[in-house]
Design a protein around this ligand. Structure first.
Ligand SMILES: NC(=O)c1ccc[n+]([C@@H]2O[C@H](COP(=O)([O-])OP(=O)(O)OC[C@H]3O[C@@H](n4cnc5c(N)ncnc54)[C@H](OP(=O)(O)O)[C@@H]3O)[C@@H](O)[C@H]2O)c1
Length: 335
């Protein structure tokens, strides 16, 4: 049998517009061996996130962009296949920045690596979805910035995606009237199945009137994942002193134009618009995971995912986020 190798996607050129396979080089090197204190992880699942596209671009952002020639950065779950750490054994599972590659040697005690409990009662992908960074983004973004109160109206964009689908479910648990915006009738049916009070297909004619009809008492909280026309339309229907959780602006990530916002609406309606990056809440991650797990175990929170097979699919699969081809969390099953 051939020796296993470590396939790695190196960033070769900064993408213009959509990501292309030719923006990367797929290089192979020997599987690393662990230095004292290290373990070697074999990637099991890779999380594909809209922010991967931001990391490829040389603009000011919350982390340094990936350098040309570097392994593409990516969050994932890896399983220990070799250990030179007395505290960790083959089979242990870790979540962290595994990168777009098959294997990585890491110091498991270094910041950023989280060991997953053994005997997980949920499928592994949920640990990157509703119980992982995605769930934490939804939980802290909504609860800390949105501060939902029972009876308020919450609108979520990209609602059938990873973060949006969890935001809507949490907002329902807070007793809110929840309206999701998503592309297409299947995604809208999925939102109703999750318990959203209304689902608006922004690709259908008359969606703005449908949004108004679904929010008869106006909008108190906009959990914003998309930006552009969708954000402007939602903000125009907000109540005085409404809150906008500015979580993402995916409609602009493939563009080199800076996004603009409806500052006149923000002024006239005295909205509170707050930018949010989940990294600021990682010191409180355990609190979020405990709450999300309790809801999941009680059958009150569902994880849903779209899984693509094979590391080699990563660049093309990333575009699925921009084409709306995922429902719930988009992942690559690597091994
Ligand atoms: N601030 C943070 O810390 C943080 C953390 C995680 C994620 N985020 C942000 O949260 C947002 C959602 O991320 P996610 O990981 O949960 O991805 P996701 O929602 O699972 O996938 C992206 C979805 O966005 C929608 N979309 C893409 N382009 C669009 C466009 N031009 N107009 C309208 N909708 C569009 C698509 O759904 P449709 O089929 O409905 O169009 C697609 O399925 C992103 O903006 C991301 O950057 C922020």
């Amino acid at each position: 049998m051939a020796e296993p190798t470590n396939r790695r996607f190196l960033l070769r050129t900064r993408p213009e517009g959509r990501v292309k396979r030719s923006d990367f080089e797929l290089s192979e090197q020997p599987v690393p061996t662990p230095a004292p204190g290290e373990v070697v992880l074999r990637t099991r699942y890779l999380s594909l996130d809209p922010t991967n596209r931001i990391w490829m671009t040389d603009v000011e952002q919350y982390m340094p962009p990936v350098a040309i020639g570097e392994v593409m950065r990516g969050l994932g779950i890896g399983e220990v296949v070799a250990s030179a750490s007395p505290d960790h054994k083959v089979g242990d599972l870790f979540s962290g920045l595994v990168g777009w590659q098959d294997y990585i040697a890491v110091v498991p005690k270094a910041p950023g690596w989280i060991q997953l409990p053994s005997g997980l009662p949920v499928p592994l992908p949920a640990m990157l979805g509703a119980l992982g960074m995605t769930g934490l983004t939804a939980y802290f973004g909504l609860m800390e910035l949105g501060k939902p109160r029972a009876g308020e109206t919450v609108v979520v964009s990209a609602a059938a995606g990873a973060v949006g689908s969890v935001v809507g479910q949490i907002a329902k648990l807070q007793g809110c009237h929840v309206v999701g915006i998503a592309g297409g009738p299947e995604k809208c049916a999925f939102l109703r199945e999750l318990g959203f009070d209304a689902a608006i297909d922004y690709k259908a004619e008359g969606w703005k009137a449908a949004l108004a009809a679904a929010c008869p008492r106006g909008i108190d909280i906009d959990f914003e994942n998309v930006g552009g026309d969708i954000m402007n339309t939602v903000m125009a229907r907000m109540n005085l002193h409404g809150r906008v959780v500015l979580c993402g602006l995916i409609s602009g990530y493939n563009s080199d134009q800076r996004p603009t916002g409806p500052f006149d609406t923000i002024l006239m309606k005295r909205l509170r618009v707050e930018g949010f990056i989940i990294l600021d809440y990682l010191p409180r991650a355990m609190e979020g995971v405990m709450q999300l797990s309790q809801w999941m175990m009680a059958g009150k929170l569902r994880h849903h995912d779209t899984i693509v097979d094979g590391l080699e699919q990563a660049p093309e699969a990333l575009n699925m986020l921009f084409d709306g081809k995922n429902t719930g969390k988009l992942l690559i099953k690597v091994s």
